[in-house]
Design a protein around this ligand. Structure first.
Ligand code: SAM
Length: 231
């Protein structure tokens, strides 16, 4: 059976590249964005009642996952990148149908009908297939467990050079965004590939909003932000 779906909207997000996006929602509460809905769903009628939910499920397409041969097994980064598990045991972006699901906080609905969201793990431009309210009694299972992903990853400590922190605070004021928190929360997830042993002289970089962030590892278990400069 084949099905065809049209996107009902697009995600506008602080993440303009895949690198350093948290691997699940809620790991970076300061990650913000909005969902722009397409006609006819960009009308108050389609959103009536949604403001009563604190969180929503976003169903979306991994539109930048790339295509490749079909794999029955994947190597999730959180298992160090060298242990294989079945594709259905993972949240890999490479799946039979490239559909993702994320619970995000609904911070409000703008006058234009945009959904203001935070805690995202979504790339800017992600096509949205559907939005559903989070239902705590059905969606939160206190006794559920998953031995492959029992707890959120242990955060890596993030330090700043004095100049980088000053730059981040200035850019945060310009953008009206919690940029310091966003950088700390995302880098604390340790974006570099798990197999890499970072040398202190090696610099890494990523873009959040229109800002280039650069950092290094003074030692393998610690990050220091070096600069935070507009593009
Ligand atoms: N929470 C979702 C899920 O479980 O279906 C996504 C989990 S997936 C492991 C999260 C990663 O997907 C992010 O770290 C980011 O690198 C990647 N990603 C986010 N949006 C994407 C998109 N539109 N296309 C391709 N990859 C994307």
């Amino acid at each position: 059976m084949n099905f065809q779906f049209a996107a009902i909207g697009t995600v506008h997000s602080c993440f303009h590249e895949k690198f350093a996006i948290p691997r699940q929602p809620q790991l970076a509460p300061a990650a913000r964005g909005h969902i722009e809905l397409y006609p006819p769903y960009n009308q108050p009628l389609a959103l009536q009642g949604l403001e009563q939910s604190s969180h929503v499920w976003v169903l979306f397409v991994f539109h930048r996952a790339g295509s490749g041969p079909e794999h029955l097994r994947v190597r999730p980064p959180r298992l160090g990148g060298n242990q294989r598990i079945g594709v259905f045991a993972s949240r890999s972006t490479h799946r039979p149908n490239p559909i993702g699901q994320s619970v995000v906080q609904l911070d409000g609905i703008s006058p234009e009908g945009h959904l203001l969201i935070s805690g995202l793990d979504l790339l800017d431009g992600t096509p949205v297939l559907d939005i559903k309210p989070y239902i705590p009694y059905a969606d939160s299972l206190p006794h559920a467990h998953n031995a492959l992903a029992e707890a959120a990853p242990t955060p890596v400590p993030v330090d700043w050079t004095a100049s980088a922190l000053q730059q981040a605070k200035a850019e945060a004021r310009r953008l009206q965004q919690p940029l310091v928190e966003l950088i700390e929360q995302c880098l604390a997830q340790d974006p570099k590939p798990a197999y890499q042993q970072p040398e202190p002289e090696r610099e890494y970089g990523v873009r959040f909003w229109d800002i280039n962030v650069r950092w290094h590892y003074p030692d393998p278990e610690r990050i220091c932000v070096l600069s935070v400069l507009p593009n």
